[in-house]
Design a protein around this ligand. Structure first.
Ligand SMILES: Cc1cc2nc3c(=O)[nH]c(=O)nc-3n(C[C@H](O)[C@H](O)[C@H](O)COP(=O)(O)OP(=O)(O)OC[C@H]3O[C@@H](n4cnc5c(N)ncnc54)[C@H](O)[C@@H]3O)c2cc1C
Length: 265
């Protein structure tokens, strides 16, 4: 990574001014991805002094600053409680603790990495993202958005729901990106299913969810049909890790297992 200038603004408005006024400037959070992607930049804008590194639990929400380290996120009691700990499980599998003490939750979302083990379980919950200047959008709307300049991600807000979740990362080894990842969350009335690393980024399986959530009793046949609807409506692709056909086989097996884990258990 090469850069000519390094700035540590004291306010968000200053950070945003630098970002928008200096050509080829970029935000740095943990810098783990920036360092690896080796870009050449004019100015690095470090958000460290902006007090964005706190997790605050409120009655209805958990408010997570964008600069919260992945390890602080995965070990926070409020995060570990959601869905029985499936959010933490997604993060625990990303490299080692040393790495996760540097990488941030904001960098993990702002990067929109298609292989993300952070976003797939979050997508099954009600999650809002807050940007500076004033913008609020759901995680799903953000993932679908083609807008390039959303500003600075400042907060991730999880709306608390009681329920049970599960997360599965399928990877060739503990150090590799997911070949596929899957999250299922049930909050009583509704089950949500998300798949990522297809190799495209995480999506909710809306058709399968609508079908499953309209059933009174959950039988083996209904679970199989739900998995089939995932395969019929979610695109899977080939890359160096696996073929689309292999990913479909994984999705079929793990969607069924996930539903059983959160509904039948
Ligand atoms: C070797 C390696 C293996 C990895 N394996 C996995 C894996 O298996 N699963 C997984 O989920 N992830 C994996 N990751 C991704 C890892 O989690 C990311 O590197 C990390 O999340 C990025 O966080 P960061 O804080 O270091 O972001 P940075 O590197 O600082 O920034 C990443 C990008 O986001 C932008 N950005 C950062 N913060 C903000 C903000 N607040 N507002 C707007 N833009 C912002 C930056 O400008 C940059 O473009 C891996 C990364 C590496 C390097």
């Amino acid at each position: 990574m090469e850069f000519k200038h390094y700035e540590k603004p004291k306010t968000l408005s200053e950070a945003y001014r630098l970002l928008t006024e200096i050509p080829n400037s970029t935000i740095i959070s943990g810098g783990t991805w920036l360092k690896m992607s080796n870009p050449s930049m004019d100015t690095l804008i470090d958000l460290e002094d902006l007090n964005l590194d706190q997790i605050e639990e409120k009655d209805q929400t958990i408010e997570i600053g964008a600069l919260v380290k992945l390890h602080d996120y995965e070990t926070h009691p409020a995060i570990m409680k959601i869905g029985g700990g499936f959010l933490s499980e997604g993060v625990t599998q990303i490299l080692g603790v040393g790495f996760r003490n540097i990488a941030t939750i904001g960098g993990s979302i702002a990067g929109k990495y298609p292989f993300s083990d952070v976003m797939t379980p979050l997508l099954t919950l009600k999650v809002d993202l807050i940007f500076y200047p004033e913008k609020k959008m759901t995680l799903e709307a953000y993932l679908n958005s083609k807008e390039k300049n959303l500003g600075i991600l400042t907060q991730i807000i999880i709306h608390k729901e009681d329920g049970l979740g599960c997360f599965k990362k399928v990877a060739k080894s503990a150090l590799e990106f997911a070949t596929l990842n899957i999250a299922v969350f049930n909050q009583g009335k509704e089950t949500r299913i998300a798949l990522g690393a297809r190799p495209q980024g995480p999506v909710l399986a809306h058709e399968a969810m609508t079908y499953l959530n309209s059933q009174d009793d959950i039988s083996e046949a209904i679970i199989s049909q739900t998995a089939q609807l995932v395969l019929d409506h979610i695109p899977f692709g080939d890359n160096y890790q696996a073929s689309a056909e292999y990913r479909k086989e994984l999705a079929k097996a793990y969607v069924k297992r996930g539903i059983k884990e959160v509904l039948v258990a």
